[in-house]
Design a binder for this molecule. Structure first.
Ligand SMILES: Cc1cc2nc3c(=O)[nH]c(=O)nc-3n(C[C@H](O)[C@H](O)[C@H](O)COP(=O)(O)OP(=O)(O)OC[C@H]3O[C@@H](n4cnc5c(N)ncnc54)[C@H](O)[C@@H]3O)c2cc1C
Length: 456
């Protein structure tokens, strides 16, 4: 065997697997294969001047490379079983929380110390939300911020780099089963290992699907979340964000009984483009450093779509809607709430005259031509509901960017050790369809590393 353990993917799942293996089984030889660049070389070419929109790089520096999809994220580590994944269904609620707290400790040790931990425990907003049929989910949130998150990742890399072989810019093509272990086939050669941890995240979703097909690993389809990113003056939500930072609020629409939820709240943040398999969608982040903060807060409003037989391709459905916005707007579309409810498109002059200045250069347009009616109706209903706890949310100048899509990988069949039907082949993080967050993905990495350390 070339290595005891090969990890595919250097996102939080892969990084925390490697970290914990070095802690618990320092004698093991470990390699990490990553299709993207090392952290220091990750740079999105969009500069707003020469390059204004996505040029579809061979590997997307936002989604791939050391740190994975989370490297330039807001670094919000939610310590909760209420959202962010269903890891607890496999390993138990207590264990899952314990691992998320452990990940938090490691982040603090690597220069995350001093960042704030927010909590919904005992918050007066819970009551206020319920009074308006809104439901605030329970969580503790460690907010590292984009800048500190980057420093923590850099420090983790420094710790790992001399004891782990990193193969950057080396996508793994396939995984083969050996009589005693696995063979990892990449552009850089073929390498064998006793244990293989697959942590390819969302950007590796198509690859993961193929591997499961080739190896006959059972999977089941997951959901897709579709919606918009809302941007408004930071003051509108400051009473909530100052106390909770991120509030995950769920609302059941009167019209259809659908659940709409807030997601990824970024106080004083910026709206950004996201590229998934060449499709441009919208996301957001914010910084701890006051100098980099903006006057706006942004968050997503998402509606979850599950499909029943015979349709299975929930991600394909989400992609088609995102493609439609790309077709009409050449990328992300922005619309004032006032224009949306009056049934007219936003124009560059209407956006310019608005009191909210957009933080993302997007094409003014009409989201009602893109989003299905049922989803749009749900979003509008929720904006009016939020207006009751945060007056100003339903203002005409509130900006809506679309579309925001949260793709979920299909769920791969694994046991309580996150091990597939092949002993020693573990599937973790967002690539497994089980996690959808930094904390859950990282915790899944720690979980398998401890298991391998026990067995090795
Ligand atoms: C803009 C943005 C902001 C976000 N903000 C937050 C947040 O604040 N809080 C939060 O909880 N979550 C956030 N998320 C989600 C979070 O980043 C992910 O849940 C998390 O990164 C998942 O970790 P992972 O290790 O499973 O996968 P990833 O981080 O996606 O890492 C997978 C890695 O595998 C590599 N890879 C894929 N295929 C192959 C292959 N065939 N061979 C080799 N390597 C491969 C990829 O290049 C990638 O680097 C955000 C995501 C984005 C895009």
């Amino acid at each position: 065997m070339n290595y005891d353990v090969i990890i595919i993917g250097a996102g939080p799942g892969g990084i925390f697997s490697a970290y914990e293996l070095l802690e618990k089984a320092p004698g093991l030889s470990i390699a990490v294969f990553e299709s993207g660049h090392p952290l220091a070389k990750r740079r999105c070419p969009i500069d707003g001047e020469k390059i204004k929109s996505c040029i579809n790089c061979k590997t997307c520096s936002i989604m791939s490379g050391f740190g994975g999809a989370g490297a330039f994220s807001d670094g919000k580590y939610n310590i909760t079983n209420d959202f962010g994944g269903t890891l607890y269904e496999y390993i138990g609620k207590e264990k899952s929380l314990e691992l998320m707290r452990y990940v938090d400790e490691i982040n603090l040790k690597h220069d995350g110390e001093g960042t704030k931990l927010y909590s919904t425990a005992g918050s007066r907003f819970k009551r206020e939300c319920i009074q308006h049929d809104l439901h605030l989910l329970d969580a503790s949130v460690r907010h590292l911020g984009t800048d500190i998150n980057y420093v923590v990742l850099q420090n983790l890399y420094e710790k790992l780099k001399d004891r782990v072989d990193f193969f950057f810019d080396t996508p793994v093509e396939t995984v083969r089963i050996l009589p005693e272990g696995y063979e990892v086939v990449s552009e850089g050669g073929v390498f064998s290992c006793r244990y293989c941890i697959v942590s390819v995240g969302r950007s590796g979703s198509k690859w993961m699907e193929q591997v499961c097909k080739d190896l006959s690993i059972p999977t089941k389809s997951n959901r897709v979340d579709i919606g918009v990113r809302v941007e408004l003056p930071a003051e509108v939500f400051s009473h909530l964000t100052d106390e909770l930072y991120e509030s995950k609020i769920v609302y059941r629409t009167e019209k259809y009984g659908d659940l709409v939820r807030t997601f990824c709240m970024n106080p004083k943040g910026a709206v950004v483009n996201e590229n998934t398999n060449g499709i441009i969608t919208v996301n957001g982040h914010s910084y701890e450093d006051p100098e980099k903060q903006t006057n706006n807060t942004n968050f997503a409003l998402l509606v979850a779509k599950h499909f029943s037989e015979p349709f299975k391709d929930s991600n394909g459905y989400g992609e088609s809607i995102a493609r439609l916005s790309n077709m009409l707007g050449g990328g992300v579309i922005v619309q004032r709430f006032g224009d949306l409810i009056r049934g007219r498109r936003s124009t560059p002059s209407r956006i310019e005259e608005a009191f909210v200045t957009p933080t993302l250069r997007a094409t003014p347009g009409d989201l009602s031509l893109v989003l299905p009616k049922r989803i749009l109706d749900g979003i509008i209903e929720m904006i009016y509901a939020l207006d009751k706890i945060a007056p100003g949310t339903a203002n005409d100048d509130t900006l809506l960017y679309g579309v925001e899509v949260k793709f979920y990988n299909m769920e791969v069949a694994v046991n309580e050790h996150l091990e597939s039907c092949y002993p020693g082949l573990y599937i973790i993080g967002d690539g497994s369809g089980i996690t959808h967050s930094l904390s859950h993905a990282s915790a899944s990495g720690v979980h398998v590393a401890r298991r391998i350390a026990e067995l090795a």
